[in-house]
Design a protein around this ligand. Structure first.
Ligand SMILES: [Zn+2]
Length: 195
C-alpha cells in the first residue's frame, strides 16, 4: 500500500459517522477500514453506541483509536502556526463583511512578517461608475509557498480594529490546536502497508 493512501486513511474523523457526536471528547472509540469502490480503503470512526447498533460490520480491519486532547499550553511550532494562519486566511477570502475584510488585511501583514507572504506593492483599481465602485487601493502580496498573487483591499489603520483582529486570530489559533491521537492496534495498519 502506498504511503499517501495510508496517510489518507490514518487521520481520524472528528465526529461519529452515524450520529455526528464528537469523537474528540469521548477520547476512545472504534475505527474500521472498509473496501470502497474506487480501489481505496475507507476509514470509518464511530462512537461506542453507534458501533453497538451497527448491523453491517463489514470491515477488514478494526482497532480502537485513542484521542489525546490538545494541551492548551503547548506552543505551536512555526510550521503549525503558519499553516493554521493560511487556513484562516483562505476561509476569510470568501467573506465580504467589514470585520472579516479587516482581519484579512491585518492577517496578510502578519503573514508577511512571518515570511509566508512577500510584499509586492499596491495597485489602484479605477473607478467604475457603471457598477458604482469607487477608486480602491489594493495591496499585492505573493504567497511564497505557491507563488500565487494575492490582492487585499487596503484599509485605514485603526488601533481598535487592529486589536480586535489580533484577538480573533489568537482565538482561532487556540481553538484549532492540532489534535494528537494514537491507534491502539496499529499492527493492522502496518500489515496493510506491507501489502
Ligand atoms: Zn455515534
Amino acid at each position: 500500500m502506498e504511503k499517501d493512501k495510508y496517510l489518507n486513511i490514518s487521520r481520524p474523523n472528528r465526529n461519529c459517522l452515524l450520529c455526528g457526536g464528537s469523537l474528540v471528547e469521548i477520547q476512545k472509540h472504534p475505527s474500521i477500514l472498509v473496501d470502497s469502490q474506487e480501489e481505496m480503503v475507507l476509514r470509518k470512526d464511530f462512537c461506542h453506541k453507534c458501533w453497538e447498533k451497527l448491523d453491517n460490520k463489514d470491515y477488514f480491519s478494526y482497532w480502537i483509536t485513542r484521542r489525546i486532547a490538545p494541551d492548551p499550553h503547548r506552543k505551536l511550532s512555526k510550521k503549525e502556526r503558519d499553516s493554521l494562519l493560511l487556513r484562516l486566511f483562505e476561509s476569510l477570502c470568501q467573506k465580504t463583511d467589514e470585520k472579516s475584510v479587516y482581519i484579512l488585511f491585518y492577517l496578510s501583514h502578519l503573514l508577511m512578517r512571518y515570511k509566508v507572504f512577500a510584499w509586492k506593492g499596491s495597485r489602484v483599481t479605477p473607478e467604475a461608475p457603471e457598477t458604482q465602485t469607487s477608486e480602491k487601493t489594493m495591496l499585492i502580496f505573493e504567497n511564497k509557498l505557491t507563488g500565487e498573487e494575492i490582492q487585499i483591499p487596503d484599509q485605514d489603520l485603526d488601533g481598535e480594529k487592529i486589536a480586535e483582529s489580533k484577538k480573533e486570530i489568537d482565538g482561532y489559533l487556540n481553538n484549532n490546536l492540532p489534535e494528537e491521537f494514537s491507534e491502539e492496534s496499529t499492527n493492522n495498519i502496518n500489515r496493510l502497508l506491507k501489502n
